[in-house]
Design a protein. Structure first.
Length: 285
């Protein structure tokens, strides 16, 4: 127990007997505060005023077991972290409306699960803006009479749109979901944002042929390399015979696709971030 004089830092500490009895002798008159402490019990306090020559008998003090406070640290799983980050990425749009989902501004972003990769691909494929861009591209082809095997008119435009949309779906599904899931690779561009302009440019260009694996290590970018080849091969199933590409043209188009990815990465590294509002966890350029 501890006896403390009020308005004073002086105190006296004394242990009780085995039966819980205690006595304090030669206590100067005045106000006091008596604290009774015991392991695993809540501290009990009584106070009063001791007059000169007074003998004071304290009331029985009942000790109460102290409440147990437990602290449990909950660590979210990798999937939960990726889910939170992915929901933020799904809000990223150039100029506030053009989808910009496949870039992360978090250097150590959690890897996406197979389900998350397919969900992001599906969101991209059905996004109204992307569908509108495909429709516009089909209109341009119609006006310039590309893929002449379709002819002209509403039916021809519908065919051009269907083929263009099939190309978009095939490219996104194979390159951003199927191959990344099978090979455990991340389909996103990891924004660098630091270093010299030269180092950032080289990083962006290199990301056309290398990518980050789900294990966090850099690997050959098979989705970018194999995706266009697979998409080109599948397109021959639905293009008119006169518009189908041979093996040589398919490989040529795959090379062009890789070059386009390099250009897109440069735009992501130096321009797109400035045009994408409300990006969480922004890094400083």
């Amino acid at each position: 127990m501890k006896l403390t004089r009020q308005n004073s830092t002086a105190s006296e500490v004394k242990e009780t007997s085995e039966t819980g009895v205690f006595s304090l002798d030669n206590i100067a008159p005045g106000s006091y505060q008596l604290s009774v402490e015991a392991a695993q019990f809540a501290t009990q306090t009584i106070s009063g005023t001791l007059e000169p020559g007074q003998m004071y008998l304290t009331p029985t003090i009942t000790m109460v077991v102290a409440p147990v406070v437990s602290m449990v640290k909950v660590t979210p799983s990798t999937y939960e972290v990726a889910e939170m980050q992915l929901k933020e990425e799904e809000q990223q749009r150039l100029f506030g409306f053009i989808p910009n989902f496949y870039v992360t501004y978090i250097p150590n972003a959690a890897p996406l699960s197979t389900k998350q990769k397919f969900r992001l691909a599906l969101k991209t494929m059905v996004d109204p803006v992307n569908v509108g861009l495909v429709a516009a591209a089909a209109g341009i082809e119609q006006a310039s009479n590309q893929s002449g095997g379709y002819g002209q008119g509403a039916e021809a435009y519908g065919k051009r749109f269907g083929v263009a949309y099939a190309d978009s779906v095939t490219s996104t599904l194979i390159g951003s979901a199927v191959i990344p899931s099978l090979l455990k690779q991340d389909p996103r561009y990891f924004y660098k944002g630091t270093g010299t302009k030269k180092s950032r440019a080289l990083y962006a260009i290199a990301n056309a042929v290398i990518c980050k694996g789900d294990n966090g290590r850099w690997q050959p970018n098979y989705p970018n390399i194999l995706g266009p080849l697979a998409g080109g091969g599948l397109s021959n199933l639905y293009y008119p015979p006169q518009d189908r590409n041979g093996a040589g043209v398919t490989f040529e188009n795959a090379g062009i696709s890789i070059a386009e990815d390099a250009v897109e990465n440069l735009l992501q590294e130096f321009i797109a971030k400035k045009l994408t509002p409300n990006i969480p966890n922004r890094n400083q350029d």
